[in-house]
Design a protein around this ligand. Structure first.
Ligand code: NAD
Length: 483
């Protein structure tokens, strides 16, 4: 780290640090004594300046040619992919994701830009005959205008990328507010975008707190749409303000994703799917499995094997290639994990393994993945999103009970089943009310070219990603003309 203080990017320029209020230190969760970067914290006034810049740039960008947008997006994607190792290392340092996973995230970000470079060129629009004589109808899509992006800390580059790329591809301008815990990847992405040839004002990044910067974005009459990813609590707040303002909103929120394992499952596969889905990325994924619903005949063998496999996982520095599980992102999340472990024990669940803070010299936020059995469906550890590597196992008698238990949740993001039965796999795919279904695969781990999202407390509004992203980032117009 240098002594440089990085800052927000508004109207084609990084603003002078002294214009903002206070300094934000970005610390490495694997080594909290290390400052990854320092940032000038923006306030509401700077946010309004960014919104004004985005608004001023909006008209011209909406009229830009698809070829120009495609070329710029492709350039951004190319640079992200070319610098994948450096960006993944930065991501691992600020968020604690192990480098192997950080590389996957950076690749996803780069490929999202490349995908939407192509989408910008995709012909769009329909022509109809009217039900009336001599009348023709055109159905076209147009940019929404100024889009506010509010993102969480757990995917510091992929989520901003999968929101920004389609927004730009379909002709919108952007004010992006990253999570305060992970401004370095957001800044690196901004720096790449700043050199991509985008006209000034089309893309702006404002680094600062939710209660000021985020709030200014939500309440500004010049912001035409908000795409938010984060907790359900903040999502409800965002939706409330959007409803008052009648502004377009897209929410991606929490999950309490079930993984069913049936007696007929391949045991080795079930162990890998459960451990990967529940504990990798330190359980800090909205799609992580946190409820394992297991039929009687395989329950004890599966729990034993998961415990054995989990004991082999190496918990350590995110930059060490031998590490499987990096640190928890910050002391607040660590305390939340520990507190849920206490709640689980108090509720009467059996802590089979883990759930401890692991003392270490550097005071890294290391937490051992926790496995609970003897869980009852009413327990808080089974119902509430913990957002850490804490897995609650529910024992059931058969598929019907398993299916009912999986559905018994206020969330609905991802849901999985491990089985060799075509009948149950098919039933689950058809009838689960989650937005994403995984058969013999971990609940986490999705592709960038197909829709992403869930239902109930997990998502609101049109799907993100793939070709479906067009729905949120464009308005539909129907034009009638007398021949
Ligand atoms: P969070 O809700 O605390 O914060 C998300 C963003 O909202 C941050 O940028 C924050 O600064 C901003 N914010 C906070 N208060 C605000 C306010 N009053 N007004 C405007 N903006 C405000 O969430 P987090 O802790 O950063 O992320 C973890 C959560 O994100 C988990 O619940 C996880 O499940 C969810 N998540 C969901 C998905 C998904 O696609 N469904 C993906 C990743 C993470």
């Amino acid at each position: 780290m240098t002594d440089t203080i990085k800052s927000s990017f508004i109207n084609g320029e990084f603003v002078a640090a002294h214009e903002a209020g206070g300094v934000l230190e970005n610390l490495n969760p694997s080594n909290p004594g290390e400052v990854v970067d320092r940032f000038a914290r923006a306030d509401a006034e700077l946010t309004h300046r960014a919104i004004a810049a985005a608004k001023a740039a909006s008209r011209e960008w909406a009229r830009s040619t698809p070829q120009l947008r495609a070329d710029i997006l492709d350039r951004i994607g190319t640079e992200i992919l070319a610098r994948r190792e450096e960006l993944a290392t930065l991501l691992a340092r600020e968020e604690g994701k192990v480098v192997r996973e950080a590389l996957g995230e950076v690749d996803r970000a780069g490929r999202s830009f490349k995908f939407y470079a192509q989408e910008a060129l995709r012909a769009n629009g329909e022509k109809y005959d009217s039900v009336r004589e001599n009348v023709g109808i055109d159905v076209t899509t147009q940019p929404v205008g100024v889009v506010g992006i509010i993102s969480p800390w757990n995917f510091p580059i992929a989520i901003p990328a999968w929101k920004a790329a389609p927004a730009l591809a379909f002709g919108n301008t952007i004010v992006f507010k990253p999570a305060e815990l992970v401004p370095s990847s957001a800044w690196a992405l901004t720096d790449i975008i700043a050199r991509s040839g985008l006209p000034a004002g089309v893309f702006n990044t404002v680094i600062g707190p939710g209660r000021t910067v985020g709030d200014a974005l939500l309440r500004s009459p010049d912001v035409d749409a908000i795409t938010f990813t984060g907790s359900e609590k903040t999502g409800r707040h965002v939706a409330g303000i959007a409803a008052e303002r009648l502004v377009r909103v897209q929410l991606e929120m929490g999950g309490k994703n079930p993984l069913i394992v049936l007696d007929d499952a391949d045991l080795d596969l079930a162990v890998e799917v459960a451990v990967q889905g529940s504990f990798y990325s330190t359980g800090q994924r909205c799609t992580a499995s946190s409820r394992l619903i297991v039929t009687d005949g395989i329950h004890d063998r599966l729990v034993e094997r998961i415990a054995e496999r989990t004991r082999q996982l190496r918990i350590g520095d995110a930059l060490d290639p031998a590490t499987d599980i990096g640190p928890v992102v910050d002391p607040g999340q660590l305390e939340q994990n520990l507190s849920y472990v206490r709640i689980g024990v108090d509720e009467g669940a059996k802590l089979v393994l883990g759930g401890q803070y692991l003392e270490n010299d550097r005071k890294a936020y290391h937490f051992s993945p926790a496995l609970f059995t003897d869980v009852q469906p009413g327990m808080r550890i089974y119902r509430e999103e913990i957002f850490g590597p804490v897995l609650s196992v529910l024992r059931v008698r058969n598929y019907d009970e398993a299916f009912a238990a999986a559905e018994d949740t206020p969330f609905g993001l991802s849901a999985g089943i491990v089985t060799t039965s075509l009948k149950y796999a098919e039933h689950f795919k058809r009838n689960s009310s989650a937005g994403m279904i995984m058969v013999n695969l971990p609940t986490a781990g999705v592709d960038y070219h197909v829709p992403f999202g869930g239902n109930r407390g997990s998502s609101l509004g049109p799907r993100e990603q793939g070709t479906y992203a067009r729905q949120f980032f464009t308005r539909v117009k129907t034009s009638y003309q007398l021949a």
